[in-house]
Design a protein. Sequence first.
Lengths: 278, 290
Amino acid sequence: MPIVTRPDFLPGLPKWSRKTLFALALFGICFAFAFPVLWLILTSLRPESGVYYVHRGTEFTLSSFAEVLSDERIVHAFINSALISTLATFFSLLVTVSSGYMLSRFTGPASRIWFGTIYVFRCVPYISWVLPLYFVTQSWGLYDTYTGLLLPHVAVHICFFSWLMKGFFDGIDPSMEYAAMIDGCTRWGAFIRVALPSALPAISALAVLCWLFTWNEFLFALILTGNHVPMITVVMAQFVTEMGLRWNLMAATAVMALAPAFLIALFGQKYVIRGLRI
Amino acid sequence: MFGEQQRFMLFLIAPAALLMLLFQVLPIMIGANASFRNWALYNPKKTWVGLEHYYAVLSDPAFLYVVLPNTFLFMILSVAGALVAGLALALLLNRPFRGQKLVQTILLVPLMVAPVVAAIMIRWIFNDQFGIVNVVLEAIGLEGQPWLVQRWSAFGIILLTDIWLWTPWFTLLLLAGLQSLPKEPFEAAAIDGTTTWRVFRYLTLPMLRSVIVVCVVIRAIDAFRTFDIVWTLTGGGPGRSTELFSLYAYVHAFLNLDLGRGSAAAIIGGLIILVIGVALYRLVDRIAKA
Protein backbone atom coordinates (compact mmCIF):
# COMPACT_ATOMS: atom_id res chain seq x y z
CA MET A 1 0.00 0.00 0.00
CA PRO A 2 1.39 3.44 -0.86
CA ILE A 3 2.19 5.64 2.11
CA VAL A 4 0.43 8.67 0.68
CA THR A 5 -2.26 9.12 -1.93
CA ARG A 6 -2.10 11.71 -4.66
CA PRO A 7 -3.96 14.97 -4.10
CA ASP A 8 -7.44 14.78 -5.59
CA PHE A 9 -8.52 16.39 -8.82
CA LEU A 10 -10.46 19.58 -7.84
CA PRO A 11 -10.69 18.93 -4.10
CA GLY A 12 -13.72 20.41 -2.37
CA LEU A 13 -16.37 19.06 -4.72
CA PRO A 14 -18.40 15.96 -3.90
CA LYS A 15 -16.93 12.77 -5.25
CA TRP A 16 -19.57 11.99 -7.89
CA SER A 17 -19.41 15.43 -9.50
CA ARG A 18 -15.64 15.30 -9.48
CA LYS A 19 -15.76 12.01 -11.34
CA THR A 20 -18.28 13.30 -13.87
CA LEU A 21 -16.27 16.46 -14.50
CA PHE A 22 -13.11 14.44 -14.96
CA ALA A 23 -14.81 12.10 -17.40
CA LEU A 24 -16.29 15.03 -19.31
CA ALA A 25 -12.92 16.76 -19.55
CA LEU A 26 -11.33 13.54 -20.78
CA PHE A 27 -14.05 13.08 -23.34
CA GLY A 28 -13.65 16.66 -24.57
CA ILE A 29 -9.91 16.29 -24.98
CA CYS A 30 -10.16 12.97 -26.78
CA PHE A 31 -12.84 14.43 -29.03
CA ALA A 32 -10.66 17.39 -29.99
CA PHE A 33 -7.81 15.06 -30.87
CA ALA A 34 -9.82 12.47 -32.76
CA PHE A 35 -12.51 14.60 -34.40
CA PRO A 36 -10.67 15.70 -37.56
CA VAL A 37 -9.71 12.11 -38.35
CA LEU A 38 -13.21 10.79 -37.61
CA TRP A 39 -14.71 13.49 -39.80
CA LEU A 40 -12.35 12.57 -42.61
CA ILE A 41 -13.34 8.90 -42.36
CA LEU A 42 -17.02 9.81 -42.33
CA THR A 43 -16.59 12.03 -45.40
CA SER A 44 -14.78 9.27 -47.27
CA LEU A 45 -17.74 6.93 -46.74
CA ARG A 46 -20.34 9.31 -48.15
CA PRO A 47 -21.56 9.05 -51.73
CA GLU A 48 -20.74 11.87 -54.15
CA SER A 49 -24.17 13.44 -53.70
CA GLY A 50 -24.01 13.40 -49.93
CA VAL A 51 -20.52 14.68 -49.43
CA TYR A 52 -21.55 18.31 -48.97
CA TYR A 53 -23.97 17.40 -46.22
CA VAL A 54 -21.88 14.97 -44.26
CA HIS A 55 -23.80 15.73 -41.08
CA ARG A 56 -27.13 14.81 -42.74
CA GLY A 57 -28.29 11.67 -44.45
CA THR A 58 -27.46 8.05 -43.78
CA GLU A 59 -26.28 6.60 -47.09
CA PHE A 60 -22.79 5.20 -46.92
CA THR A 61 -20.72 3.68 -49.66
CA LEU A 62 -17.24 2.41 -50.41
CA SER A 63 -17.37 3.64 -53.99
CA SER A 64 -14.93 6.50 -53.38
CA PHE A 65 -12.31 4.00 -52.30
CA ALA A 66 -12.97 1.91 -55.39
CA GLU A 67 -12.64 4.96 -57.62
CA VAL A 68 -9.38 6.03 -55.97
CA LEU A 69 -7.94 2.53 -56.26
CA SER A 70 -8.73 2.42 -59.96
CA ASP A 71 -6.48 5.44 -60.50
CA GLU A 72 -3.14 4.03 -61.54
CA ARG A 73 -1.16 7.07 -60.45
CA ILE A 74 -2.45 6.88 -56.88
CA VAL A 75 -1.79 3.17 -56.56
CA HIS A 76 1.68 3.76 -57.94
CA ALA A 77 2.20 6.53 -55.37
CA PHE A 78 1.17 4.23 -52.52
CA ILE A 79 3.60 1.55 -53.60
CA ASN A 80 6.38 4.11 -53.97
CA SER A 81 5.76 5.63 -50.56
CA ALA A 82 5.75 2.24 -48.87
CA LEU A 83 8.90 1.16 -50.68
CA ILE A 84 10.84 4.35 -50.00
CA SER A 85 9.77 4.44 -46.34
CA THR A 86 10.85 0.87 -45.73
CA LEU A 87 14.18 1.24 -47.49
CA ALA A 88 14.86 4.60 -45.83
CA THR A 89 14.16 3.07 -42.42
CA PHE A 90 16.56 0.22 -43.08
CA PHE A 91 19.42 2.39 -44.32
CA SER A 92 18.88 5.14 -41.74
CA LEU A 93 19.17 2.66 -38.90
CA LEU A 94 22.27 1.14 -40.44
CA VAL A 95 23.92 4.53 -40.56
CA THR A 96 22.66 6.25 -37.42
CA VAL A 97 22.97 3.46 -34.87
CA SER A 98 26.72 3.28 -35.33
CA SER A 99 27.06 7.05 -35.38
CA GLY A 100 25.05 7.36 -32.16
CA TYR A 101 27.16 4.62 -30.59
CA MET A 102 30.31 6.55 -31.43
CA LEU A 103 28.88 9.72 -29.87
CA SER A 104 27.91 7.90 -26.70
CA ARG A 105 30.98 5.74 -26.09
CA PHE A 106 33.79 8.13 -26.96
CA THR A 107 34.63 11.50 -25.55
CA GLY A 108 37.31 13.77 -26.91
CA PRO A 109 37.67 16.18 -29.79
CA ALA A 110 36.55 13.82 -32.59
CA SER A 111 33.31 13.04 -30.82
CA ARG A 112 32.71 16.69 -29.93
CA ILE A 113 33.31 17.84 -33.50
CA TRP A 114 30.95 15.21 -34.88
CA PHE A 115 28.29 16.20 -32.38
CA GLY A 116 28.69 19.88 -33.26
CA THR A 117 28.41 19.09 -36.97
CA ILE A 118 25.25 17.09 -36.40
CA TYR A 119 23.70 19.84 -34.30
CA VAL A 120 24.48 22.55 -36.85
CA PHE A 121 23.08 20.51 -39.74
CA ARG A 122 20.00 19.68 -37.73
CA CYS A 123 19.35 23.44 -37.56
CA VAL A 124 19.72 24.09 -41.29
CA PRO A 125 16.23 24.47 -42.78
CA TYR A 126 15.36 21.74 -45.28
CA ILE A 127 14.65 24.27 -47.97
CA SER A 128 18.23 25.56 -47.81
CA TRP A 129 19.69 22.29 -48.99
CA VAL A 130 16.80 20.65 -50.84
CA LEU A 131 16.53 23.59 -53.21
CA PRO A 132 20.09 23.16 -54.59
CA LEU A 133 19.82 19.39 -54.16
CA TYR A 134 17.46 19.60 -57.10
CA PHE A 135 20.43 20.55 -59.32
CA VAL A 136 22.72 18.01 -57.75
CA THR A 137 20.32 15.14 -58.38
CA GLN A 138 19.67 16.40 -61.89
CA SER A 139 23.31 16.62 -62.83
CA TRP A 140 23.98 13.15 -61.40
CA GLY A 141 20.98 11.76 -63.24
CA LEU A 142 19.27 10.94 -59.95
CA TYR A 143 16.36 13.35 -60.29
CA ASP A 144 13.00 11.58 -60.16
CA THR A 145 14.53 8.17 -59.35
CA TYR A 146 14.29 5.97 -56.26
CA THR A 147 17.93 6.52 -55.34
CA GLY A 148 17.58 10.27 -55.74
CA LEU A 149 14.78 10.36 -53.20
CA LEU A 150 16.01 7.61 -50.90
CA LEU A 151 19.49 8.93 -50.17
CA PRO A 152 18.40 12.46 -49.16
CA HIS A 153 15.82 10.87 -46.88
CA VAL A 154 18.52 8.80 -45.22
CA ALA A 155 20.74 11.87 -44.97
CA VAL A 156 18.05 13.97 -43.30
CA HIS A 157 17.57 11.41 -40.55
CA ILE A 158 21.25 11.25 -39.61
CA CYS A 159 21.27 14.29 -37.35
CA PHE A 160 18.18 13.72 -35.26
CA PHE A 161 18.47 9.96 -34.99
CA SER A 162 22.17 9.97 -34.13
CA TRP A 163 21.25 12.36 -31.35
CA LEU A 164 18.43 10.12 -30.08
CA MET A 165 20.59 7.03 -30.43
CA LYS A 166 23.35 8.65 -28.36
CA GLY A 167 20.76 9.21 -25.64
CA PHE A 168 19.76 5.54 -25.74
CA PHE A 169 23.31 4.24 -25.59
CA ASP A 170 24.07 6.67 -22.74
CA GLY A 171 21.41 4.84 -20.75
CA ILE A 172 23.07 1.45 -21.34
CA ASP A 173 25.89 0.57 -19.00
CA PRO A 174 29.09 0.04 -21.05
CA SER A 175 30.67 -2.31 -18.52
CA MET A 176 29.22 -5.35 -20.33
CA GLU A 177 31.07 -4.31 -23.46
CA TYR A 178 34.31 -3.88 -21.50
CA ALA A 179 33.82 -7.33 -20.02
CA ALA A 180 33.31 -8.77 -23.50
CA MET A 181 36.47 -7.07 -24.70
CA ILE A 182 38.49 -8.42 -21.78
CA ASP A 183 37.21 -11.87 -22.72
CA GLY A 184 38.70 -11.43 -26.18
CA CYS A 185 35.94 -9.70 -28.17
CA THR A 186 37.08 -7.07 -30.67
CA ARG A 187 35.55 -3.57 -30.52
CA TRP A 188 33.26 -4.52 -33.38
CA GLY A 189 32.30 -7.70 -31.60
CA ALA A 190 31.48 -5.76 -28.44
CA PHE A 191 29.41 -3.29 -30.46
CA ILE A 192 27.51 -5.82 -32.58
CA ARG A 193 27.12 -8.71 -30.13
CA VAL A 194 26.76 -6.86 -26.81
CA ALA A 195 25.64 -3.26 -27.31
CA LEU A 196 23.25 -3.79 -30.23
CA PRO A 197 21.06 -6.46 -28.63
CA SER A 198 20.59 -4.38 -25.49
CA ALA A 199 19.67 -1.34 -27.62
CA LEU A 200 17.02 -3.30 -29.52
CA PRO A 201 13.99 -1.59 -27.88
CA ALA A 202 15.44 1.81 -28.78
CA ILE A 203 16.20 0.67 -32.31
CA SER A 204 12.60 -0.51 -32.73
CA ALA A 205 11.38 2.89 -31.54
CA LEU A 206 13.60 4.60 -34.08
CA ALA A 207 12.41 2.29 -36.82
CA VAL A 208 8.80 3.22 -36.13
CA LEU A 209 9.57 6.96 -36.04
CA CYS A 210 11.71 6.78 -39.15
CA TRP A 211 9.05 4.95 -41.14
CA LEU A 212 6.40 7.46 -40.08
CA PHE A 213 8.60 10.48 -40.84
CA THR A 214 9.42 9.23 -44.32
CA TRP A 215 5.86 8.22 -45.11
CA ASN A 216 4.61 11.66 -44.03
CA GLU A 217 7.38 13.72 -45.64
CA PHE A 218 6.36 16.26 -48.25
CA LEU A 219 8.98 18.86 -49.21
CA PHE A 220 11.63 16.39 -50.45
CA ALA A 221 9.13 14.49 -52.51
CA LEU A 222 7.75 17.72 -53.93
CA ILE A 223 11.11 19.04 -55.10
CA LEU A 224 13.03 15.87 -55.94
CA THR A 225 10.44 13.88 -57.86
CA GLY A 226 8.37 14.38 -60.98
CA ASN A 227 6.11 11.94 -62.75
CA HIS A 228 8.20 8.79 -62.44
CA VAL A 229 8.32 8.45 -58.67
CA PRO A 230 5.15 10.07 -57.35
CA MET A 231 4.85 9.95 -53.56
CA ILE A 232 1.48 9.83 -51.88
CA THR A 233 1.79 13.15 -50.02
CA VAL A 234 2.60 15.04 -53.22
CA VAL A 235 -0.19 13.37 -55.16
CA MET A 236 -2.64 14.37 -52.44
CA ALA A 237 -1.47 17.97 -52.38
CA GLN A 238 -1.96 18.13 -56.16
CA PHE A 239 -5.43 16.73 -55.66
CA VAL A 240 -6.45 19.77 -53.69
CA THR A 241 -5.91 21.99 -56.69
CA GLU A 242 -6.81 19.56 -59.48
CA MET A 243 -9.90 17.90 -58.12
CA GLY A 244 -11.10 20.96 -56.27
CA LEU A 245 -14.51 20.01 -55.07
CA ARG A 246 -14.51 16.21 -55.09
CA TRP A 247 -14.08 15.93 -51.36
CA ASN A 248 -15.19 12.31 -51.09
CA LEU A 249 -12.25 11.23 -53.27
CA MET A 250 -9.87 13.48 -51.35
CA ALA A 251 -11.04 12.01 -48.08
CA ALA A 252 -10.81 8.43 -49.33
CA THR A 253 -7.21 8.97 -50.49
CA ALA A 254 -6.32 10.65 -47.21
CA VAL A 255 -7.85 7.81 -45.19
CA MET A 256 -5.85 5.29 -47.17
CA ALA A 257 -2.70 7.32 -46.59
CA LEU A 258 -3.45 7.29 -42.87
CA ALA A 259 -4.08 3.58 -42.59
CA PRO A 260 -0.54 2.18 -42.83
CA ALA A 261 0.80 4.87 -40.52
CA PHE A 262 -1.89 3.97 -38.00
CA LEU A 263 -1.11 0.28 -38.14
CA ILE A 264 2.61 0.87 -37.75
CA ALA A 265 2.08 3.32 -34.90
CA LEU A 266 -0.45 1.11 -33.13
CA PHE A 267 1.88 -1.86 -33.12
CA GLY A 268 4.92 0.26 -32.44
CA GLN A 269 3.39 2.46 -29.75
CA LYS A 270 4.79 0.53 -26.84
CA TYR A 271 8.29 0.51 -28.32
CA VAL A 272 8.17 4.23 -28.96
CA ILE A 273 6.93 5.03 -25.47
CA ARG A 274 9.47 2.75 -23.87
CA GLY A 275 12.25 3.84 -26.21
CA LEU A 276 11.74 7.56 -25.74
CA ARG A 277 12.30 7.32 -22.00
CA ILE A 278 15.76 8.74 -22.42
CA MET B 1 48.75 6.47 -38.85
CA PHE B 2 45.61 6.10 -36.76
CA GLY B 3 45.40 3.99 -33.68
CA GLU B 4 43.02 1.07 -33.54
CA GLN B 5 40.48 3.12 -31.56
CA GLN B 6 40.59 6.02 -34.03
CA ARG B 7 39.99 3.68 -36.92
CA PHE B 8 37.00 2.17 -35.14
CA MET B 9 35.52 5.64 -34.48
CA LEU B 10 36.09 6.64 -38.08
CA PHE B 11 34.37 3.53 -39.41
CA LEU B 12 31.41 4.11 -37.14
CA ILE B 13 30.71 7.57 -38.50
CA ALA B 14 32.07 7.22 -42.04
CA PRO B 15 28.81 6.20 -43.79
CA ALA B 16 26.85 8.95 -42.05
CA ALA B 17 29.54 11.53 -42.74
CA LEU B 18 29.76 10.56 -46.41
CA LEU B 19 26.00 10.82 -46.89
CA MET B 20 25.91 14.19 -45.16
CA LEU B 21 28.78 15.45 -47.28
CA LEU B 22 27.11 14.43 -50.54
CA PHE B 23 23.53 15.34 -49.76
CA GLN B 24 23.81 18.25 -47.34
CA VAL B 25 27.20 19.95 -47.41
CA LEU B 26 27.60 19.85 -51.18
CA PRO B 27 24.08 21.14 -51.96
CA ILE B 28 24.46 23.93 -49.42
CA MET B 29 27.67 25.02 -51.10
CA ILE B 30 26.06 24.88 -54.54
CA GLY B 31 23.15 26.87 -53.14
CA ALA B 32 25.53 29.47 -51.74
CA ASN B 33 27.16 29.71 -55.15
CA ALA B 34 23.79 30.05 -56.86
CA SER B 35 22.78 32.85 -54.51
CA PHE B 36 25.54 35.06 -55.95
CA ARG B 37 24.54 34.43 -59.54
CA ASN B 38 21.74 35.17 -61.94
CA TRP B 39 20.79 31.51 -61.90
CA ALA B 40 17.45 31.21 -63.59
CA LEU B 41 16.35 27.78 -64.79
CA TYR B 42 16.72 28.63 -68.47
CA ASN B 43 19.68 30.99 -68.28
CA PRO B 44 22.79 28.91 -69.01
CA LYS B 45 25.22 31.79 -68.46
CA LYS B 46 24.70 32.13 -64.72
CA THR B 47 26.20 35.60 -64.53
CA TRP B 48 27.89 36.58 -61.27
CA VAL B 49 25.89 39.34 -59.60
CA GLY B 50 27.48 39.46 -56.16
CA LEU B 51 25.20 40.42 -53.32
CA GLU B 52 22.38 41.66 -55.52
CA HIS B 53 19.96 38.86 -54.55
CA TYR B 54 20.67 39.33 -50.87
CA TYR B 55 19.96 43.02 -51.26
CA ALA B 56 16.76 42.24 -53.16
CA VAL B 57 15.50 39.86 -50.47
CA LEU B 58 16.45 42.07 -47.54
CA SER B 59 14.84 45.14 -49.10
CA ASP B 60 11.71 43.27 -50.17
CA PRO B 61 8.86 44.65 -48.02
CA ALA B 62 7.03 41.33 -48.35
CA PHE B 63 10.01 39.55 -46.77
CA LEU B 64 10.66 42.12 -44.06
CA TYR B 65 7.14 42.99 -42.99
CA VAL B 66 5.17 39.84 -43.75
CA VAL B 67 7.34 36.75 -44.08
CA LEU B 68 9.77 37.34 -41.22
CA PRO B 69 7.17 38.47 -38.65
CA ASN B 70 4.91 35.58 -39.69
CA THR B 71 7.73 33.08 -39.30
CA PHE B 72 8.74 34.30 -35.84
CA LEU B 73 5.17 34.67 -34.62
CA PHE B 74 4.39 31.19 -35.90
CA MET B 75 7.47 29.70 -34.26
CA ILE B 76 6.80 31.27 -30.86
CA LEU B 77 3.06 30.62 -30.71
CA SER B 78 3.25 27.12 -32.10
CA VAL B 79 5.95 26.02 -29.66
CA ALA B 80 4.26 27.73 -26.69
CA GLY B 81 0.85 26.27 -27.55
CA ALA B 82 2.11 22.73 -28.07
CA LEU B 83 4.23 22.94 -24.90
CA VAL B 84 1.35 24.04 -22.67
CA ALA B 85 -1.08 21.53 -24.16
CA GLY B 86 1.50 18.75 -24.16
CA LEU B 87 2.49 19.38 -20.55
CA ALA B 88 -1.14 19.44 -19.41
CA LEU B 89 -1.85 16.15 -21.17
CA ALA B 90 1.32 14.54 -19.84
CA LEU B 91 0.30 15.49 -16.28
CA LEU B 92 -3.16 14.07 -16.94
CA LEU B 93 -1.82 10.77 -18.28
CA ASN B 94 0.65 10.49 -15.42
CA ARG B 95 -2.16 9.81 -12.93
CA PRO B 96 -3.80 6.40 -13.12
CA PHE B 97 -7.47 6.22 -14.11
CA ARG B 98 -9.74 3.75 -15.83
CA GLY B 99 -9.32 3.77 -19.61
CA GLN B 100 -5.95 5.48 -19.37
CA LYS B 101 -4.42 3.30 -22.10
CA LEU B 102 -7.25 4.13 -24.50
CA VAL B 103 -6.99 7.87 -23.85
CA GLN B 104 -3.25 7.68 -24.39
CA THR B 105 -3.70 5.97 -27.76
CA ILE B 106 -6.27 8.55 -28.86
CA LEU B 107 -4.02 11.43 -27.83
CA LEU B 108 -1.24 10.02 -29.97
CA VAL B 109 -3.41 10.01 -33.11
CA PRO B 110 -2.03 13.27 -34.58
CA LEU B 111 1.48 11.86 -34.39
CA MET B 112 0.58 9.43 -37.15
CA VAL B 113 -1.15 11.94 -39.40
CA ALA B 114 0.94 13.34 -42.23
CA PRO B 115 1.00 17.15 -42.14
CA VAL B 116 -0.39 17.17 -45.67
CA VAL B 117 -3.30 14.96 -44.64
CA ALA B 118 -3.91 17.11 -41.57
CA ALA B 119 -3.99 20.21 -43.77
CA ILE B 120 -6.50 18.59 -46.12
CA MET B 121 -8.72 17.59 -43.18
CA ILE B 122 -8.65 21.03 -41.69
CA ARG B 123 -9.34 22.61 -45.07
CA TRP B 124 -12.44 20.48 -45.39
CA ILE B 125 -13.61 21.17 -41.84
CA PHE B 126 -13.19 24.92 -42.33
CA ASN B 127 -14.52 24.96 -45.90
CA ASP B 128 -16.52 28.17 -46.27
CA GLN B 129 -19.61 26.62 -47.90
CA PHE B 130 -19.82 23.03 -46.70
CA GLY B 131 -17.38 22.82 -43.81
CA ILE B 132 -18.79 21.51 -40.55
CA VAL B 133 -17.58 24.52 -38.59
CA ASN B 134 -19.66 26.93 -40.63
CA VAL B 135 -22.63 24.53 -40.65
CA VAL B 136 -22.58 24.44 -36.85
CA LEU B 137 -22.10 28.20 -36.59
CA GLU B 138 -25.07 28.83 -38.87
CA ALA B 139 -27.17 26.28 -37.01
CA ILE B 140 -26.72 28.22 -33.77
CA GLY B 141 -27.48 31.49 -35.53
CA LEU B 142 -24.00 32.89 -36.08
CA GLU B 143 -22.54 33.87 -39.40
CA GLY B 144 -20.15 31.48 -41.15
CA GLN B 145 -16.73 32.86 -42.00
CA PRO B 146 -14.57 32.37 -45.08
CA TRP B 147 -11.88 31.13 -42.68
CA LEU B 148 -9.04 30.51 -45.07
CA VAL B 149 -9.28 33.68 -47.13
CA GLN B 150 -8.89 36.18 -44.29
CA ARG B 151 -5.38 36.80 -43.07
CA TRP B 152 -5.67 36.33 -39.33
CA SER B 153 -8.23 33.54 -39.30
CA ALA B 154 -6.10 31.69 -41.87
CA PHE B 155 -3.01 32.24 -39.75
CA GLY B 156 -4.87 31.05 -36.67
CA ILE B 157 -6.01 27.89 -38.42
CA ILE B 158 -2.49 27.12 -39.61
CA LEU B 159 -1.30 27.61 -36.05
CA LEU B 160 -4.05 25.40 -34.63
CA THR B 161 -3.26 22.64 -37.11
CA ASP B 162 0.39 22.78 -36.18
CA ILE B 163 -0.35 22.66 -32.45
CA TRP B 164 -2.73 19.75 -32.99
CA LEU B 165 -0.04 17.91 -34.93
CA TRP B 166 2.80 18.42 -32.47
CA THR B 167 1.17 18.32 -29.04
CA PRO B 168 1.42 14.50 -28.83
CA TRP B 169 5.14 14.73 -29.44
CA PHE B 170 5.51 16.98 -26.38
CA THR B 171 3.14 14.75 -24.40
CA LEU B 172 5.18 11.66 -25.21
CA LEU B 173 8.55 13.13 -24.26
CA LEU B 174 7.25 14.92 -21.15
CA LEU B 175 5.36 11.85 -19.98
CA ALA B 176 8.54 9.82 -20.31
CA GLY B 177 10.28 12.54 -18.28
CA LEU B 178 7.56 12.59 -15.62
CA GLN B 179 7.67 8.84 -15.18
CA SER B 180 11.38 8.84 -14.58
CA LEU B 181 11.21 11.43 -11.76
CA PRO B 182 12.02 10.17 -8.26
CA LYS B 183 8.96 9.49 -6.07
CA GLU B 184 10.32 10.64 -2.69
CA PRO B 185 9.99 14.45 -3.05
CA PHE B 186 6.35 14.04 -4.09
CA GLU B 187 5.59 11.79 -1.12
CA ALA B 188 7.26 14.27 1.21
CA ALA B 189 5.17 17.08 -0.27
CA ALA B 190 1.98 15.04 0.12
CA ILE B 191 2.78 14.31 3.79
CA ASP B 192 3.28 18.05 4.32
CA GLY B 193 -0.11 18.69 2.71
CA THR B 194 1.25 20.82 -0.13
CA THR B 195 -1.37 22.04 -2.62
CA THR B 196 -1.43 20.60 -6.13
CA TRP B 197 -0.40 23.90 -7.68
CA ARG B 198 2.61 24.30 -5.42
CA VAL B 199 3.72 20.73 -6.09
CA PHE B 200 3.58 21.51 -9.79
CA ARG B 201 5.27 24.88 -9.49
CA TYR B 202 8.07 23.99 -7.05
CA LEU B 203 8.65 20.28 -7.72
CA THR B 204 7.44 19.03 -11.09
CA LEU B 205 8.37 22.03 -13.19
CA PRO B 206 11.96 22.47 -11.94
CA MET B 207 12.63 18.74 -12.14
CA LEU B 208 11.30 18.56 -15.69
CA ARG B 209 13.17 21.65 -16.80
CA SER B 210 15.88 19.97 -18.86
CA VAL B 211 13.39 17.75 -20.73
CA ILE B 212 11.20 20.79 -21.45
CA VAL B 213 14.10 22.80 -22.79
CA VAL B 214 15.25 19.99 -25.09
CA CYS B 215 11.71 19.62 -26.46
CA VAL B 216 11.41 23.34 -27.02
CA VAL B 217 14.73 23.57 -28.84
CA ILE B 218 13.94 20.67 -31.18
CA ARG B 219 10.47 21.96 -31.91
CA ALA B 220 11.44 25.63 -32.33
CA ILE B 221 13.98 24.74 -34.99
CA ASP B 222 11.41 22.59 -36.79
CA ALA B 223 8.67 25.20 -36.53
CA PHE B 224 10.90 27.78 -38.18
CA ARG B 225 11.10 25.71 -41.37
CA THR B 226 7.43 24.67 -41.54
CA PHE B 227 6.36 24.22 -45.13
CA ASP B 228 3.86 21.46 -45.81
CA ILE B 229 0.84 22.52 -43.77
CA VAL B 230 1.01 26.12 -44.95
CA TRP B 231 1.50 25.06 -48.55
CA THR B 232 -1.53 22.76 -48.47
CA LEU B 233 -3.79 24.92 -46.28
CA THR B 234 -3.41 28.35 -47.86
CA GLY B 235 -0.46 28.21 -50.25
CA GLY B 236 0.72 31.35 -48.46
CA GLY B 237 -2.48 33.25 -49.25
CA PRO B 238 -4.74 35.17 -49.13
CA GLY B 239 -2.36 37.22 -51.26
CA ARG B 240 0.95 36.40 -49.61
CA SER B 241 -0.18 37.20 -46.12
CA THR B 242 0.46 33.80 -44.49
CA GLU B 243 3.74 33.08 -46.23
CA LEU B 244 6.50 31.65 -44.04
CA PHE B 245 10.18 31.71 -44.81
CA SER B 246 10.36 28.25 -46.47
CA LEU B 247 7.48 29.16 -48.77
CA TYR B 248 9.12 32.42 -49.74
CA ALA B 249 12.27 30.61 -50.85
CA TYR B 250 10.28 27.92 -52.65
CA VAL B 251 8.02 30.38 -54.46
CA HIS B 252 10.95 32.44 -55.72
CA ALA B 253 12.96 29.42 -56.81
CA PHE B 254 10.30 27.21 -58.38
CA LEU B 255 7.32 29.38 -59.24
CA ASN B 256 9.14 32.56 -60.27
CA LEU B 257 11.99 30.38 -61.58
CA ASP B 258 14.56 32.67 -60.01
CA LEU B 259 16.87 30.19 -58.32
CA GLY B 260 19.44 32.80 -57.38
CA ARG B 261 17.00 34.79 -55.36
CA GLY B 262 15.37 31.69 -53.86
CA SER B 263 18.79 30.42 -52.78
CA ALA B 264 19.67 33.79 -51.26
CA ALA B 265 16.44 33.70 -49.24
CA ALA B 266 17.17 30.12 -48.16
CA ILE B 267 20.68 31.09 -47.04
CA ILE B 268 19.42 34.12 -45.11
CA GLY B 269 16.83 31.96 -43.33
CA GLY B 270 19.46 29.32 -42.65
CA LEU B 271 21.76 31.88 -41.05
CA ILE B 272 18.96 33.26 -38.88
CA ILE B 273 17.98 29.85 -37.54
CA LEU B 274 21.62 28.88 -37.05
CA VAL B 275 22.11 31.86 -34.75
CA ILE B 276 18.93 30.98 -32.87
CA GLY B 277 19.90 27.31 -32.74
CA VAL B 278 23.34 27.95 -31.30
CA ALA B 279 21.93 30.40 -28.75
CA LEU B 280 19.30 27.84 -27.70
CA TYR B 281 21.96 25.15 -27.43
CA ARG B 282 24.02 27.26 -25.03
CA LEU B 283 20.85 27.80 -23.00
CA VAL B 284 20.30 24.02 -22.79
CA ASP B 285 23.88 23.52 -21.77
CA ARG B 286 23.64 26.11 -19.02
CA ILE B 287 20.37 24.68 -17.70
CA ALA B 288 21.65 21.11 -17.83
CA LYS B 289 24.72 22.11 -15.82
CA ALA B 290 22.84 24.25 -13.29
